[in-house]
Design a protein around this ligand. Structure first.
Ligand code: NAD
Length: 719
């Protein structure tokens, strides 16, 4: 079998290990690589001829981290705590052997080093990093619910001090070469061609083969003991910040703080045992599994356009038309131009089209001020956006997306006008958030080339696009639409047509449940705080104001008009009607809704809420509100799945986390049910239904799952 490591010893006694995982573009760490490194250590530590070890990579990057597929495998094995501890000690012990092997070890870090890759470097006695901004260093484990479990929580604080190490450990922040040098994570920067030579030079200088922390009298820079000045305050501050940002929903940051706090006061070997203990606990906790499944594995598959019909030839949009230069249209033009696509931005009047472009310019200026982009890049993006009021300008477009008012007649009108000028082969897409695509496609002469592309606001920051397949949408259209989303670098989910599709429909239940609570007399601050404590980014009242109460109201009226007899009003219809019809409080853009928005000040709950809905004498516990708000969304997702609106648990989860911010620690709306267990979930729904109404009644399919124990995700990775 091809080897991952090549070992060569030169005449001057420098043993060079070159990492080059066969058949991969990067060098992920695997058990096979670990075994080979162990063998190398065995060989060189006993060899008189070797005076030092140099580790480098043959790829453009150094090591991106541990192979996620291996971590996945460990989840599947469902190890006990004790078994997991033994398994997870392996890499830790290997790196410890490396730094205590008796020979000096230098890392020639020729590119990006993350996770277990950076931990390997930290276990080396000397680190030379290539002076290239792409060569970032990071310990990003926290982002998938884990901690750096191969010494990272111990070596980094010992190297650069606790205070400087915490942002890297707790936020997974990546560090560019210049900052890495300044922080003291690496000893030296070198141009690409000289990284290995610089590491070699150090080895030839007869350096020490002992880490600072293994030397007598070692002290963590800045101190580590609670009795030392500043240390207590540092941990108190960090603990409070973690509590605020995670709302106690994510165990990894707390575990990291514990590792640093407990470990930094102990000798390295004892400290490493502590780290493995916390790491193993996180591996067993459902949060890491949920995060990895949804935000890595399933997001990765969606990003690779796994739903694209394979037989269709690959396509590419060079010129895009956007009709409606409002908030969404301007945003779509911005992200498309940033992806190198020429954009024709059309509105009913030239000045409105110009305004859409200037909104994009404002956003780009903000990015420029924050150092996220350059002036040249801003100019390049804006030069690709051509505002117009002339439909003739759409002639060259391969795809036209409409983002005009959410009104069927207006949308039909622009569809007809655009199709009169665009090529026979061009696609037409609607960015509607609620109107069924099949109905909108009736205005099209080519309904098989009509599709829904539901972007989220703000378009430049929201990663998801919900692709809606209407009854007559063709497979070639789906493939081409997905290719376009791929060009933008956004994550698509593909859903079938329905009112509100998947995301707007489920997200609506969150808003309605919160509004209903208000009517029940639950304190508005309690509702909002409980939602955030559950992990939602914004409370249901605040987010309703953002979306606009008028928009929610209008969507319900439209549904009522469309469905007639079959219409069932959402649970909070009375509240919405009261706010829109009686109080004329329409939401944030119209001056206020559930909140007031004083000019230049912070928003605050509208003082009139108490008079509109008298607070109940007895308020429910926070846990009850959290459960209602999360379960109502999970249940609606199950209905969407059973009705075939969303067709896979993976996409349902992904859509919920990336689309409207359903808390990622749950893994998404359906992973939440798997985590709780279908039987327990159903029992809780029964209780909620008897107390609050039929919307909490579990579906037939859920009852079946509760009986059989079937899960939405049979394994970490769906086939
Ligand atoms: P908006 O009011 O900001 O913009 C609509 C734009 O369409 C305006 O510039 C208007 O002048 C233009 N327009 C109206 N009629 C036109 C016509 N006949 N010809 C050409 N231009 C016309 O609205 P928005 O928030 O950008 O929403 C646009 C669409 O996107 C709606 O269908 C909405 O449901 C959908 N959407 C909105 C959001 C959101 O968060 N706002 C999210 C997803 C989807």
């Amino acid at each position: 079998m091809a080897k991952n490591l090549q070992l060569a010893v030169d005449a001057e006694g420098i043993a060079t290990v070159t990492i080059d995982v066969p058949g991969r573009s990067m060098n992920p760490i695997s058990p096979a690589m670990e075994a080979e490194l162990a063998q190398v250590l065995e060989e060189i530590s006993g060899s008189q001829a070797v005076r030092g070890l140099l580790i480098t990579s043959a790829k453009a990057s150094f090591i991106p981290g541990y192979d996620l597929a291996e971590i996945e495998r460990q989840f599947e094995r469902q190890l006990t705590l004790a078994q997991g501890y033994t398994a997870n000690r392996h890499l830790t012990l290997l790196y410890r052997r490396l730094e205590t092997c008796g020979k000096p070890v230098a890392a020639a870090i020729n590119g990006l080093a993350m996770g277990g890759g950076l931990e390997l470097c930290l276990a080396c006695h000397y680190r030379v990093l290539v002076d290239d901004p792409r060569a970032v260093l990071a310990l990003p484990e926290v982002k998938v619910g884990l901690l750096p479990g191969a010494g990272g929580t111990q070596r980094l604080p010992r190297l650069i001090g606790i205070e400087k190490s915490l942002p890297l450990l707790l936020e997974g922040k990546s560090v560019k070469p210049r900052d890495a040098l300044e922080l003291g994570i690496v000893h030296e920067l070198a141009p690409a061609a000289q990284v290995v030579a610089a590491a070699r030079r150090w080895l030839l200088g007869s350096p020490s083969a002992q880490q600072p922390w293994d030397q007598k009298g070692f002290r963590v820079p800045g101190g580590a003991n609670i009795a030392e000045p500043g240390i207590g305050a540092l941990f108190a501050g960090a603990t409070a910040l973690v509590a605020k940002t995670t709302q106690h929903n994510y165990p990894a940051p707390v575990a990291i703080l514990s590792c640093v706090f407990e470990g930094a006061q102990l000798p390295m070997d004892a400290a490493l045992r502590i780290e493995t203990k916390y790491f193993t606990r996180l591996m067993i906790d459902p949060v890491a599994r949920n995060l990895i499944r949804t935000t890595f594995i399933n997001k990765g598959k969606a990003d690779k356009l796994s739903r694209r019909p394979l037989e269709m030839p690959k396509s590419h949009v060079t010129t895009l038309g956007i009709i409606g230069a409002g908030m969404m249209g301007g945003g779509i033009a911005h992200v498309s131009a940033a992806a190198g696509i020429d954009c024709v931005l059309l509105d009913s009047r030239p000045e409105l089209a110009e305004k859409g472009k200037s909104n994009a310019a404002t956003q780009l200026r903000r990015d420029l001020e924050k150092g996220r982009t350059t002036q040249a890049r801003v100019d390049e993006i804006l030069a690709r956006i051509k505002p117009t009021a002339d439909y003739g300008a759409l002639r060259e477009c391969e795809l036209v997306i409409e983002a005009v008012f959410e009104n069927r007649a207006v949308k039909a009108d622009v569809t007809r006008k655009a199709e009169a000028v665009i090529a026979q082969t061009a696609l037409f897409a609607s960015n509607t958030s609620t109107l069924p695509i099949t109905g909108l496609a009736e205005a099209s002469v080519r309904p098989e080339q009509f599709i829904g592309l539901h972007f989220f606001s703000p378009v430049d920051r929201m990663p998801l696009v919900e692709v809606i397949v209407g009854r007559r949408t063709g497979q070639a259209t789906l493939a081409r639409a997905l290719d376009y989303i791929g060009q933008l670098g956004k994550t698509p989910i593909v859903v079938n047509d329905s009112r509100g599709f998947y995301t707007s429909r489920v997200f609506g239940t969150f808003c309605y449940e919160g509004q209903r609570m208000l009517e029940e007399g639950i304190g508005p601050a309690l509702i909002e705080n409980a939602a955030r404590a559950a992990g939602m980014p914004v409370g249901p009242l605040a987010v309703s104001d953002e979306v606009s109460l008028e928009l929610q109201y209008k969507a319900i009226v439209q549904t009522r008009d469309d469905l007639g007899e079959q219409f069932a009003a959402p649970i909070s219809w009375n509240v919405l009607r009261h706010f829109v019809e009686d109080l004329q409080r329409l939401g944030r853009k119209s001056g206020g809704g559930f909140y007031d928005y004083p000019e230049g000040g912070r928003k605050r709950l509208w003082p009139g809420l108490g008079a509109a809905y008298a607070p109940a004498a007895e308020q429910p516990p926070v846990a009850e509100i959290k459960t209602r708000l999360l379960y109502v969304q999970a249940l609606e997702t199950v209905r969407c799945l059973e009705e075939g609106v969303v067709t896979s648990a993976a996409e349902a989860d992904l859509g919920s986390v990336l689309g409207w911010g359903f808390p990622s620690y749950t893994g998404g709306t359906l992973s939440l049910i798997d985590t709780v267990g279908a039987a327990a979930f159903v029992a809780e729904c029964d209780r909620l239904a008897s107390r609050y109404g039929a919307r909490f009644k579990p579906t037939r399919g859920l009852l079946e799952r509760a009986r059989s124990g079937a899960r939405f995700h049979a394994a970490l990775s769906d086939p």
